[in-house]
Write a protein that binds this ligand. Structure first.
Ligand SMILES: Cc1cc2nc3c(=O)[nH]c(=O)nc-3n(C[C@H](O)[C@H](O)[C@H](O)COP(=O)(O)O)c2cc1C
Length: 321
């Protein structure tokens, strides 16, 4: 698969409700799940963890783990579940993840990532790919990144999405690790120059369509995280400019298109605010943005809240929105 534009995996954010909503805004962007640990798939309710709506395709599941056998078992389930691609998390710096010895700390153990890749690809019908940083802690050099990609590439992996900053595993929170270490797009571009046969995607701080246009000149694709979540309409604009050319839809129509989904989910026992929390940014930078956000925040969690709340939130918007 060669996605041009993807939405990053984001824990607690890119759940299936979020992805369903984003898909309405962009038919073509590749959507990533939140990270799911291989251990959770082994010991938990795999069916629930891996559930998604068919409209989410193309959809990539991101797995966290470092035990090749366990990662392979998880990959097999993901492949059987119909995901389009399986991505290994080599970028997450949180303590919880480090104690499981996976995520960004795996950058220091490229052979473990290579072993996981092989075991996973062996049992998967779809590509297994890697999302990493450019380095970790003191390993902040081109050589370190090159060796990582070369080792995992020698195992057969062809697709790397790189968050263009190092992770500092001791001392910075996950949030700080997304802002404090400086971005270095050029180091990722050097990867593409050195390994032209690999598919290299750029991630980190991409929040402007002109910058996306510029970076697509030298990368195979770009991955957008926070901007896509806080201002999901950005995805509709990227779809129009870089993907199918489909004109960005009217925001109100997108809300209306959510109604059947919301009704189905409520009937299955879901609460309205679990879905609408991902829609709060839809009117970002538009007249009424605050009123929309406030109305949903104050009302969608109430017992029995249904699509009527969404309709009232729309009615509260100024005509211009
Ligand atoms: C709330 C949140 C949760 C995240 N969870 C994950 C995750 O589960 N797996 C992962 O690889 N990266 C995770 N990330 C990092 C993003 O995928 C992305 O690399 C990062 O936000 C930089 O891209 P951006 O500047 O476009 O947001 C998370 C980021 C945020 C903001």
């Amino acid at each position: 698969m060669s996605p041009l534009i993807s939405v990053a995996p984001m824990m607690d954010w890119t759940d299936r409700h979020c992805r369903y909503f984003m898909r309405l805004l962009s038919p073509g962007a590749v959507l990533y799940t939140e990270m799911v640990t291989a251990a959770a798939i082994e010991h938990g309710d795999a069916g629930r963890l891996l559930a998604y709506d068919p409209s989410e395709h193309p959809v990539v599941v991101q797995l966290g783990g470092s035990d090749p056998a366990q990662m392979a078992a998880a990959a097999r389930r993901c492949s059987d579940a119909g995901y389009d691609e399986i991505n290994i998390n080599v970028g997450c710096p949180s303590d919880r993840v480090q104690s499981g010895r996976f995520g960004a700390c795996l950058m220091a153990n490229p052979t473990v990532v290579a072993d996981c890749y092989r075991a996973m690809q062996d049992v998967s019908r779809v590509p297994v790919t890697v999302k990493s940083r450019i380095g970790i802690d003191d390993n902040d050099s081109w050589d370190f990144l090159r060796r990582f990609v070369e080792t995992v590439g020698n195992a057969g992996c062809r697709t790397f999405v790189v968050h263009a900053r190092i992770a500092i595993l001791d001392g910075l929170s996950p949030k700080e690790n997304r802002t404090v270490p400086p971005l270095d797009y050029d180091r990722v571009a050097r990867l593409k120059a050195e390994f032209p046969e690999f598919w290299i995607g750029l991630n980190g701080g991409l929040d402007d369509a002109d910058v996306v246009a510029r970076e697509l000149e030298r990368f195979d694709g770009v991955m957008i995280g926070r901007r896509a979540y806080h201002d999901p309409y950005f995805l509709a604009e990227l779809e129009e400019r870089f993907l199918s050319g489909r004109p960005a839809p009217n925001r109100r129509d997108v809300v209306e298109q959510m109604f059947p989904y919301v009704e189905r989910e409520l009937a299955a026992g879901e609460r309205l605010n679990r879905i609408t929390r991902h829609m709060l940014g839809l009117f970002a930078n538009q007249p009424g943005a605050r009123a929309w956000r406030r109305y949903l925040s104050e009302n969608a969690h109430r017992a029995g809240a249904g699509t009527q709340i969404l309709r009232e939130a729309l009615d509260a918007l100024p005509q211009a929105a």
